[in-house]
Design a protein around this ligand. Structure first.
Ligand code: QAP
Ligand code: CO
Length: 167
């Protein structure tokens, strides 16, 4: 077990597009395990492999109030979507920054679980938003990149300044 280092915006590596997982091996299961541990420790409700600098289509989510409902999505694909929703989102790679992004209210997602078994999940509300947020990471997109250039530039300046102060 290991805690992984989470890349912080505006790290260029967050723009990497992840590859499909060809087979769910023990190595992939070890990654899932470490990602789950890292997410729970943060604490967060979702983490994409991209955020720990592993560029494969792997996501862990736990949006339950009891923090005991781990959802593992490998090679996720949205096969249906409907409605519109805009939840206040946050991101472990952009700490302290929260805001809304246009999302679908309901989605149907198809994915592999940690055993390599295909399953279909119908999600709505916070879980649906979280899945869409994490799937964006796998495409190299961070939620703040839905906002205006001006807002993004301000957030980048804040993080670059913070980093200068710790180094
Ligand atoms: C994505 O985000 C998400 O700023 C998961 O200081 C979140 O787990 C999708 C976190 C909300 C939809 C709605 C953020 C922790 C955790 C912070 C997270 C922070 C500490 C974010
Ligand atoms: Co995120």
């Amino acid at each position: 077990m290991a805690l992984l280092k989470i890349l912080q915006y505006p790290d260029e590596r967050l723009h990497t597009v992840a590859d499909q997982v060809p087979e769910v091996t023990n190595e992939v299961r070890a990654l899932v395990h470490d990602m789950a541990e890292t997410m729970y420790a943060a604490p967060g409700i979702g983490l994409a492999a991209t955020q720990v600098d592993v560029h494969r289509r792997v996501i862990v989510i736990d949006s339950s109030e009891t923090h005991d409902q781990l959802l593992v999505l490998i090679n996720p694909k949205i096969i249906a979507r409907s409605g519109e929703s805009d939840y206040e989102e946050g991101c472990l790679s952009v700490p302290g920054v929260y805001g809304k992004v246009p999302r679908s209210e309901q989605i149907t997602v198809e994915a592999l679980d940690e055993h390599g078994v295909t399953f279909t999940l119908e999600a709505e509300g916070l879980l649906a938003v979280c899945i869409q947020h994490e799937m964006d990471h796998l495409l190299g997109k961070v939620f703040v990149e839905y906002w205006s250039r001006l807002k993004q530039t301000r957030i980048q300046a804040k993080f670059r300044k913070q980093r200068r102060n710790v180094m």
